[in-house]
Design a protein around this ligand. Structure first.
Ligand code: PEP
Ligand code: MG
Length: 584
């Protein structure tokens, strides 16, 4: 039966494919399709892992001390019996053979099915067996992961054309890091129960340039594995089990969107200026060094925001050391061929857990009001100094710049500069080259910073407005919480006043000012930002040409003349009218 679910579209476009349901536990394992013809090799891997666990359990059973409690032996016997039951391996083997799932994925899929069946059983004793099954399956998954590293490599991943049928991931929630792990895979869309438009998961999804809809409550319960889905990224709708007619209509729309995309590509080499000849600079936001390749291809004049924390967010490894970080920053600098790169120092905490084995995640916390970004860096001066040295070393090879997130207090600024000086001295003592006059910028993303802008204007070489956080903190809305997602409003008069004031003050003081939050990449807001006098926009590269198209059609003189009316409109109706006139 066809039905539709509604959510928040975070990435435009239309995706059509079969649902691949991913449980929370399943996110701990790799998901990839085994190469055609290699199914039996994968089946053997699964059987080897079963055999390994059988040996482990035997060893444990035999090694039990004489005085061990009896339950211990019984417990191991039950696990041995579950493992020996051919039914546990049967279905995963079938999934590997028919759907080419990798072994760990196939086993977690079966585990979830079994757990669901157990949840419906009333008999308490039988119900408790669910835990035993889970533990046995997890042992096998662990053995599989030991056979092969848990992270995806390019060799594991198939391109969409090799995949045959397109697949769409459906999950309760996906952490930003997990989203990043899917980045090179062949999935063509994402649906999650949770999430808001500017959550970091959404930002990474957008960077993958595939349709994604978040905040679709209960999607992971209502959609079944293998259901056909249409993701309408324009309207934030997920159509489940579409009929033939609907499918044909969406395929037509998909074709039109592709055509439109090709037309847009023609703007790549067009100069970015408004109708009244104001030059506008379009920068890119990137999460990984290799994103810089696409950014340059699409005509970005630099990287306005390199979210460096994604280099740190790997739960299986220790934090990258100075040399590893330097190589990554240098790579971006080299790819940019002399264009500027704002390396934003690590911004973890809130919805971005560090999740490294060498670091207790709880140290950062998950509250957006907690120990996040520069606040965390200042409590971990050695980690911060290591990062600063790596950035400084990269500055010897191009225009690397330092950008600091989440500053609000003068004493934080003092401490940041003290550590930058210290990092410089350390490199000086080692005799390693760096740019001694490297530019240092601040993100304006806490209302307090916006309200004392002269402090920032006096101390920094450049400023960049993080509208995602500025809106979150001004309107007191957790950007990752779908329950308040409807209140996240870039057009709230308070936001417009703040933005206009920041841009105006920075421009008057001749300090470069950019917007690098999601507002900068939203073509429906381009004219509004131009009206405020903004000339530097930083956005994900997938948005560059869409925003450029708006800029080419804009007349800044006229926009500026009409803008005061927008600012004066406090009532929604009056604001809508003023905006309509501005954007006409
Ligand atoms: C912002 O807050 O607008 C921003 C660009 O930074 P992030 O989204 O990484 O918090
Ligand atoms: Mg931010």
């Amino acid at each position: 039966m066809t039905f539709a679910l509604h959510g928040i579209s975070v990435s435009k476009g239309i995706a059509i494919g079969k649902a691949v349901l991913i449980s929370r536990a399943a996110l701990e394992v790799s998901h990839y399709l085994v190469e055609s013809g290699k199914e039996e090799v994968e089946v053997q891997k699964l059987l080897d892992a079963f055999e390994q666990v059988r040996l482990e359990l035997n060893q444990l059973r035999q090694g039990l001390p004489k005085d061990a409690p009896q339950e211990m032996a019984a417990f191991l016997d039950v696990h041995g019996m579950i493992l020996a039951d051919p039914a546990l391996a049967e279905k995963p083997m079938k999934l590997i053979r028919t759907q080419r799932m990798n072994a760990a994925w196939a086993l977690t899929t079966e585990l979830n099915d079994l757990l669901e069946q157990f949840a419906e059983i009333e008999d308490i004793y039988l119900k408790e067996r669910a835990n035993d099954i889970r533990q046995v399956a997890e042992r096998v998954i662990k053995a599989l992961n030991a056979q092969k590293k848990d992270s995806l490599t390019a060799a594991d991943l198939l391109s969409p054309s090799e995949l045959g049928v397109e697949s769409i991931i459906v999950a309760h929630d996906i952490a930003p890091l997990d989203m990043l792990r899917f980045k090179e895979s062949a999935f063509t869309g994402f649906v999650t129960d949770l999430g808001g438009k500017t959550s970091h998961t959404a930002i990474v999804a957008r960077s993958m340039e595939i349709p994604a809809i978040v905040g679709v409550r209960h999607a992971s319960e209502m959609i079944r594995h293998g259901d056909w889905l249409v993701l309408d990224g324009e309207r934030g709708v997920v159509v489940v089990a579409p009929d033939a007619q609907l499918l044909a209509e969406y395929r037509k729309l998909q074709g039109l969107a592709l055509k439109e995309g090709r037309k847009l590509q023609q703007l790549k080499h067009t100069k970015t200026e408004t109708l009244d000849r104001i030059d506008i600079d379009l920068f890119a936001n990137i999460e990984l060094p290799e994103d810089a390749i696409q950014a340059v291809k699409l005509g970005a004049v630099g990287v306005g925001l390199f979210r460096s924390e994604f280099l740190f967010m790997n739960r299986n490894q220790a934090l990258p050391d100075e040399e590893q970080q330097f190589q990554e920053y240098r790579r971006v600098v080299d790819l940019l061929h002399g264009l500027p790169v704002n390396i934003r120092t690590i911004d973890v905490g809130a919805d971005k857990a560090l999740g490294s084995s060498s670091m207790d995640v709880s140290q950062t916390g998950t509250s957006p009001l907690g120990l996040r970004a520069i606040r965390w860096s200042l409590t971990e001066p050695e980690i911060f100094l290591t990062q600063l040295r790596a950035i400084l070393r990269a500055s010897a090879f191009g225009q690397a710049r330092i950008m600091i997130p989440m500053l609000a207090h003068a004493k934080e600024i003092d401490e940041t500069f003290r550590l930058i000086e210290k990092a410089k001295q350390q490199l000086h003592q080692r005799g390693q080259p760096f740019n001694p006059s490297i530019q240092v910028g601040a993100m304006i993303e806490i209302p307090a910073a916006a309200l004392v802008l002269p402090l920032f204007i006096n101390r920094f070489d450049f400023l960049s407005i993080g509208t995602n956080d500025l809106i979150q903190y001004t309107l007191a809305i957790d950007r990752a919480d779908h329950a308040v997602a409807h209140l996240y409003d870039p057009l709230h008069p308070a936001i417009l006043h703040l933005l206009a004031s920041i841009i105006d003050q920075a421009k008057r003081a001749n300090v470069p000012i950019a917007v690098c939050g999601e507002m900068a990449g939203d073509p429906s807001l381009t004219k509004l930002l131009l009206a405020m006098g903004l000339t530097d926009f930083s956005m994900h590269f997938s948005q560059l040409l869409l925003v450029k198209r708006e800029i080419l059609k804009a007349n800044v003189g006229m926009l500026k003349a009409r803008f005061p009316r927008v600012l004066k409109a406090y009532e929604p109706e009056a604001q809508a009218k003023a905006l309509e006139r501005l954007l006409a």
